[in-house]
Design a binder for this molecule. Sequence first.
Ligand SMILES: Cc1cc2nc3c(=O)[nH]c(=O)nc-3n(C[C@H](O)[C@H](O)[C@H](O)COP(=O)(O)O)c2cc1C
Length: 343
Amino acid sequence: MQKEKLNINGIRNYLRTPLEIGNLIIKNRLALAPLAGTSEVVFRSICSEYNVGLTTTELVSVRGICYDPTLKRNYQYLVIDPDKENTVAIQLFGHDPADFKLATEIILQHPILKQVSILDINMGCPMKKVIKTGAGSALMKSPDLAQRIVQAVSEVADKYNKPVSVKIRSGWDQDSLNAPKFAKLMEDAGAKLITIHARTRNQMYSGQADWNIIAQVVNQVSIPVYGNGDLTDIVSILRMYQQTNCSGFAIGRAAQGNPWIFTKILDPDFELTNQEWLTVINRHVSCMIEKLGDEAIAISKMRAQLSAYLKGKRHASKARNVIMQCTTKQQLFEILQQIVAAH
Ligand SMILES: Cc1cc2nc3c(=O)[nH]c(=O)nc-3n(C[C@H](O)[C@H](O)[C@H](O)COP(=O)(O)O)c2cc1C
């Protein structure tokens, strides 16, 4: 396909155009990449308010779901809120097609989870405890098995008219950059969308993402491709588009403590006020307390996220130390008010 030459205004207009995946219409081309420990329902709902088009849950084990068919333990990770969220995908990981098949059935028969928009399969996780079972990025070394997994999920998802997507990396290591060929195999097996994090498994999260491989994936498949890795703002999105011609853009770490990033990218006039900053954190903390049913537990679970909200703020490191000791919302907001007063 001929690449369009776009400037900043042009890429903003492109980002605002809907993306069609079968019957599904995603309202724009910005996505929140899945982030374990961050991309749960409350954070995703806030990102949706700030105009993200597509979000994905944290990765959830299909074996775990199969052992927990009533979802007593896993529901907190799978939960979606269709009233408050834009398009949302549930991300599954595992290594056994039979587990994937059963887990997909369980999800799509659940009264709330059946409203999910996309079933996403994790083939990018680099963590030892995941890859030692043959799951996550280890699947990029077993394309046949990976295909059988996509077929197993698609077989069930098709009955419910839900598209299946796959999140991959560039390859296992620098000597096996198989993402383009692998992505094509995923398409052949039934995937309707690919997200590629342009790093190898061995790179984990370090070094610079090499977007050239995204362009190769785009050229290899006829389904939409979301590029991912090191996107931080409209300028990096424009550069990725020019280099790869990808259909969508998935933002991970740059959205942590920064859920308004999506509006900021789409709207050049957007400025977050100090009051709005406090309001968002207040809402995030309050909803987490409600979700977890315990103030101290919610605040302790949110420490990394609270620390991310302080990025770039004056006296942030002192505030971070105080936040590590906070157990109540009141203590937390006393320190956040001081941060605002210093600005
Ligand atoms: C803390 C953390 C948790 C992550 N959790 C997941 C996950 O559950 N599933 C997944 O596919 N990728 C996960 N990723 C990878 C991100 O989705 C993304 O591919 C990666 O961070 C690169 O994008 P970025 O440069 O925009 O952060 C995680 C990354 C980080 C840093």
